[in-house]
Design a protein around this ligand. Structure first.
Ligand code: FMN
Length: 307
């Protein structure tokens, strides 16, 4: 456990996390893999790789491509399917009491609802994160979180069919993210997480062809941090539900910056793939920085950006 004399509690309203660090979906396996590197109990929570009802192979290789300060991925939501994931969650829950968050996916609205219902029934699961923002399924990167009405309709249906808190994950690839955020809030989302990856592409000069079969892929890592920070600031000022900030976080300083612009907690993504124990380091950096800046608790700086 991280020994701390500052208060790292992150309040999402419906749940108080022991700290704001939540490893992001797709970058932390199903939790149990990382339990071999450090005690999962130190985390505020963690999110499992996105899941569909049936097993999925995902996209053909190549699936990842390194860019300057970033990573392009086109995994295509490969996974074992909901029934297998239920077994994995039971195993993971046996090694930690940290809140487990399931990243719910679907090829249709009906499938989203079915998957959400399956995990809503599991006491081991604390929160459902609705992934309506993956850019790697349909060519062109289309997803429900690019459309106000689709977002409203889907969030409302899931809220009507489930009882667990719902975190709705937004895409930065929408023309007006604040209006999508408003639709999710109006439909009953308990909190929002943002952002998923930015659409980008890479080309192979020799082949004169795109690197990825889907042409577009999702950009993550430090390269997106300033873009994500801006969107988290805009969205958190425009809604009355908590916002969980995501995008290029690699240090304790990054975390405090996201909280300053309005996030209640954060998700750490690509850094987990580079440095499996990043959460341990980031937590200790937050504590050191809070002490040196004389910040007693996160609420003191949440949304306190002076304009
Ligand atoms: C390899 C990879 C796989 C991902 N898979 C998912 C996923 O299954 N579901 C999801 O909602 N987001 C997924 N994401 C997006 C991350 O959760 C996160 O939103 C994004 O990477 C931005 O954070 P970062 O810059 O800290 O990595 C994935 C990202 C990467 C790099």
């Amino acid at each position: 456990m991280v020994n701390t004399s500052v208060d790292l509690t992150a309040d999402l309203g419906f749940i108080k996390l022991k700290n704001p660090i939540i490893p992001a979906s797709g970058t932390f396996g199903y939790g149990e893999e990382f339990g071999k590197f450090f005690n999962l109990d130190i985390l505020g929570g963690f999110i499992l790789k996105g899941i569909y009802k049936e097993p999925r192979k995902g996209n053909p290789p190549p699936r990842v491509f390194e860019t300057a300060s970033g990573l392009l991925n086109s995994i295509g939501l490969a996974g074992p399917g909901a029934i297998e994931l239920q077994k994995i969650i039971k195993r993971t829950a046996a090694i930690t009491s940290t809140p487990i968050i399931v990243n719910v996916c679907g090829g249709s609205d009906d499938e989203y609802v079915e998957v959400a219902e399956i995990f809503d029934s599991m006491p081991e699961v604390s929160i459902l994160e609705l992934n309506i923002s993956c850019p790697n399924i349909h060519q062109g990167g289309k997803c429900p979180a690019q459309d106000d009405k689709h977002t409203y309709r889907l969030v409302k249906r899931i809220k009507d069919h489930t009882s667990k808190p719902l975190m709705v994950k937004l895409t930065p690839n929408a023309s007006n993210i604040t209006s999508i955020a408003a639709s999710a809030e109006e439909a009953g989302a308990d909190c929002l997480s943002l952002v998923n990856t930015f659409l980008g592409m890479a080309v192979d000069l020799k082949k004169r062809a795109p690197v990825f079969k889907n042409i577009f892929a999702g950009l993550s890592g430090p390269a997106i941090k300033p873009l994500a920070l801006k969107l988290v600031w805009e969205v958190s000022r425009s809604v009355n539900i908590p916002v969980v900030g995501i995008g290029g976080i690699t240090t304790g300083k990054d975390v405090l910056e996201f909280i300053l612009v309005g996030a209640s907690a954060v998700q750490t993504g690509t850094i987990n793939m580079v440095e499996p124990c990043a959460s341990v380091r980031i937590l200790s950096e937050i504590e050191t920085l809070m002490k040196s800046l004389k910040i007693k608790n996160l609420n003191e700086i949440k949304g306190a950006l002076k304009i």
